[in-house]
Design a protein around this ligand. Sequence first.
Ligand code: SAH
Ligand code: SF4
Ligand code: F3S
Length: 435
Amino acid sequence: MIPKTFKIKSFGCQMNVYDGERMAELLDSRGMRAAGADEDADLVVLNTCHIREKAAEKAYSDVGRLRREDGSKPLIALAGCVAQAEGAEAQRRSSMIDVVVGPQAYHRLPELVAEAALGRRPVDTDMPAISKFDAMPPRRRASPSAFLTVQEGCDKFCTYCVVPYTRGAEIGRPSRDILTEARSLVAAGAREIVLLGQNVNAWAEDGRGLAGLIRALAAISGLERIRYTTSHPNDMDDALIAAHGEIGKLMPYLHLPVQSGSDRVLRAMNRSHGADSYLRIIDKVRAARPDIAVSGDFIVGFPGESDADFKETLNIVDAVGYASAYSFKYSPRPGTPAAMMEDQIERDVMDQRLQQLQERIAYHQAAFNRSRVGTGTQILIERAGRSPGQMIGKSPWLQSVHVETAASPGEIIDVTLVAAGPRSMTGAERARAAA
Ligand code: SAH
Ligand code: SF4
Ligand code: F3S
């Protein structure tokens, strides 16, 4: 029987969240309906992440949990990067998985589900030359801050990373399609658009890079804020850096992962930038936009990382003064060069380093947040807070701001940032014109 209701659960990066939204719209356009919160769905799509071992293993434990008390189960589609990496092997590992669909093939999800409803177990991990986006229904729903994937895949082949294998080669979407999608997102209520890509700043068309695309998007009326993530240091060109000082709608926030502060480790990671060249980029960005909030990603315990290497990572955290950052323990991934390297680091060493790094990052994050106290700024209201009358919005620097206000999600209001917590800010609304 063809399923009538569905539930999509996305894990991993923002691109997976975006893909999850697109799959929901696709199923919806074919007459299926999203299952309510507590309701059993006829179809469950697990949109998985393969980046670290824990994330990948979670996919299988989540599948197991879908068995119902009476022994029955919904139709199960394994999507995302675990699906791409494991293909039909996933169905050998778990007989509960009916459909396997990779991140470049999910435009075929309705057909695959229909096949599975007939008792087949289809696997589609093709990376077709024709973009899946061309087969997608237009955007009709949008949150105040909406994701828009503009670039997919990665050609960088960092030695620890599965993304080039799970997402394929770097491809940018045509600007015409991006602008059309952006306009429909704004018409559906988005005030902010976050441009997404594994290497979003590698996006280019006819010699024009991401800065040109951002400029074109900035001309859309009703779109108030633009962000982009994730960027690679090597693709941070001068035009994009300059854009931070020139385009008012481009928010003062830059996620620029460095991974390590040690040149030796960076070489072994095949990052093709050093600590100094990274710091020079940060200097240039700050010259263009002095208040910019810089964020990053770090890996501790890469094979061969010595105490001295790790100390250099702490040093670069101090040198940059991150407003926020994500840090991970190195996780060996099947098929990647680093997984075969000697000198894999002991777990307790990794644990200690991670803790030390996170403390250092938290110190700088708190300092950045304190530095904003007393600032008058605007926040985009995104959702209701815990207490009545309280709403949560985002500052230009991507801080969560709690504020007492009558404003609704999607409104941009004037606030003064009055207090800083370790992870969020408190704002006081400035006088509102009567509606
Ligand atoms: N394309 C982006 C993000 C890739 S995945 C970039 O290059 O920055 C997000 C983060 O996961 C990476 O920045 C890295 O810090 C982390 N990561 C990737 N592979 C990993 C692995 N094998 N073990 C631990 N962390 C990893
Ligand atoms: Fe992975 Fe490196 Fe590509 Fe980022 S740049 S997705 S870390 S291979
Ligand atoms: Fe994970 Fe795939 Fe994103 S591995 S981080 S979901 S690209």
